[in-house]
Design a protein around this ligand. Structure first.
Ligand code: EPZ
Length: 424
């Protein structure tokens, strides 16, 4: 198992180009199941979750090929027919987002067998609303031997209100509704840019969708969808992580190929904490972390609020800010595992249910720590960059799930970080 060895204390300086968003590329790949034609996706990040979903598509009998381009990968997917509508436990347990194939499979082929994902480090993460929504569209759903068995003889459009806002739940239902007869109205839908990006792709494929990006999405079903080509949006969480990397090291970075409009809440919170972020153009940001940091409370919310996927990185930053910051996590019930690792690096953090109080500024010192999930690993990398001495992060396979070559990007801007493989 690979580890990262980081020697902290160097301000980052230079330019980083954002990758395509993993959480937009995954539903886009699932959407390719809705047509027999070729779907071409560009700016697909080179991360492990994408390879996992490709393996699943392969398992379903779908053809796909990948080409390395200057910026991200080009992925060509063609689901001419289906050999086997089964998403097996072995793949779904590696990545919960595999459940995104459920809606498209039922909508196009009338049948799907998808493993339940099982436990998760950050919370219970049920998928009851995905299932309830598909039932509302006329699918019959049974749980048998750990698998969701979904069957439908043609889906029927219907109104559906999500009790809780769910990103992949909205995406699953949005995809299924494109091929359902009549109109579907999704209420309390997720407004994340990744949902809007999926709707853009589906519209290019011939779907009729209004309101993506708002909490009410109207879909008028069509008989068939066709092929399309689509560029995946930039990864706002990767960009946010680099903004914090500049801030926590007192550095200065330019980030390009970004969408500043997707980062409004993050930029505003960083400004409150004393980090200067300047929008240099429609696709460029500049961050100057040379000022002193002060504590600023934050509460995670669905988009357009402060993303739960930035909470761990922000906690690392707050260890270096003067004063006490209260961090409240409202989306997932167990997303503070990184706090225990930050404590062993010298942070002063108290946990109380969904609230964490971070008292700063405490010097961090390098230590051996362990990553528990994707964004927790990012926060440990950030802490390692700010710490005095060497930090060894174990289980970096978590970070490889969602950050493209993070150690190379960091090295290019002056960090001392290297990957240590078990054999070395
Ligand atoms: C998506 O997960 C993202 N994953 C997550 O990113 C992200 O943290 C999360 O949205 C929140 O923004 C992808 O897009 C692939 P949810 P998702 O359903 O869709 C509850 C990362 O690090 N809920 O929006 O699985 C759920 O328990 C990852 O890149 C139900 O109760 O999250 C949670 O409390 C991690 N029933 C809340 O809703 C359901 O049927 C929001 O979860 C579905 C969800």
């Amino acid at each position: 198992m690979d580890k990262f060895l980081i020697e902290g204390g160097r301000p980052l300086e230079g330019r980083v180009t954002a990758s395509g968003a993993k959480n937009a590329a995954l539903p886009a790949m699932a959407a390719s199941l809705l047509t027999e034609d070729l779907v071409t996706l560009r700016n697909v990040p080179r991360v492990r979750d994408i390879s996992t979903l490709r393996s699943l598509l392969d398992e379903l009998g779908v053809d796909s090929s990948v080409t390395h381009e200057t910026h991200g990968n080009r992925l060509e997917i063609q689901a001419r027919k289906l050999l086997n509508p089964v998403a097996p436990y072995e793949l779904v347990k590696q990545m919960r987002a595999s459940v995104l194939v459920l809606g498209p499979l039922v909508a196009r082929f009338g049948h799907a067998r998808v493993s339940l994902p099982g436990g998760c480090a950050i919370g219970a993460r049920p998928i009851n609303l995905h299932l309830k929504g598909l039932e509302k569209l006329g699918a019959s759903i049974k749980i048998e031997h750990g698998y969701i068995e979904a069957q439908a003889d043609g889906l029927q459009g219907a109104p559906f209100r999500f009790d809780t806002t769910t990103v992949t739940g909205t995406e699953n239902l949005l995809m299924a509704a494109t091929l359902a007869a009549g109109e579907t109205v999704l209420e309390n839908a997720a407004r994340e840019p990744e949902v809007e990006d999926l709707a853009d792709l589906l519209q290019k494929m011939g779907a009729s969708i209004e309101g993506a990006g708002t909490d009410t999405i109207r879909i008028r079903g069509v008989a068939r969808l066709h092929g399309a080509e689509h560029n995946i949006i930039p990864d706002r969480i990767e960009v946010g992580t680099f903004l914090v990397a500049a801030a926590i090291t007192g550095g200065h970075l330019i980030l390009d190929e970004v969408r500043p409009d997707h980062l409004t809440a993050i930029i505003a919170k960083l400004a409150e904490a004393g980090v200067r972020v300047r929008v240099r153009g429609p696709h460029e940001l500049e961050v100057d972390g040379s000022g002193s940091l002060q504590a600023a409370d934050v509460t995670t919310h669905e988009y357009p609020g402060f993303a739960t996927d930035m909470q761990a990185q922000y906690m690392a930053l707050m260890t270096q800010a003067g004063g006490s910051a209260v961090i409240t996590e409202t989306i997932f019930e167990n997303r503070f595992l990184h706090a225990f690792e930050l404590l062993s690096m010298g942070a002063d953090i108290t946990l109380d249910g969904r609230r964490a109080v971070v008292r700063g500024k405490t010097p961090l010192s390098g230590a051996k720590v362990q990553a528990s999930d994707l964004r927790a690993s990012a926060s440990l990398v950030l802490a390692g960059l700010a710490a005095e001495g060497e930090t060894l992060i174990d289980r970096v396979y978590h970070i490889d799930r969602g950050y493209e070559r993070i150690e190379e990007n960091l090295t290019k801007v002056g960090a001392k970080i290297r990957r240590v493989s078990k054999s070395t």
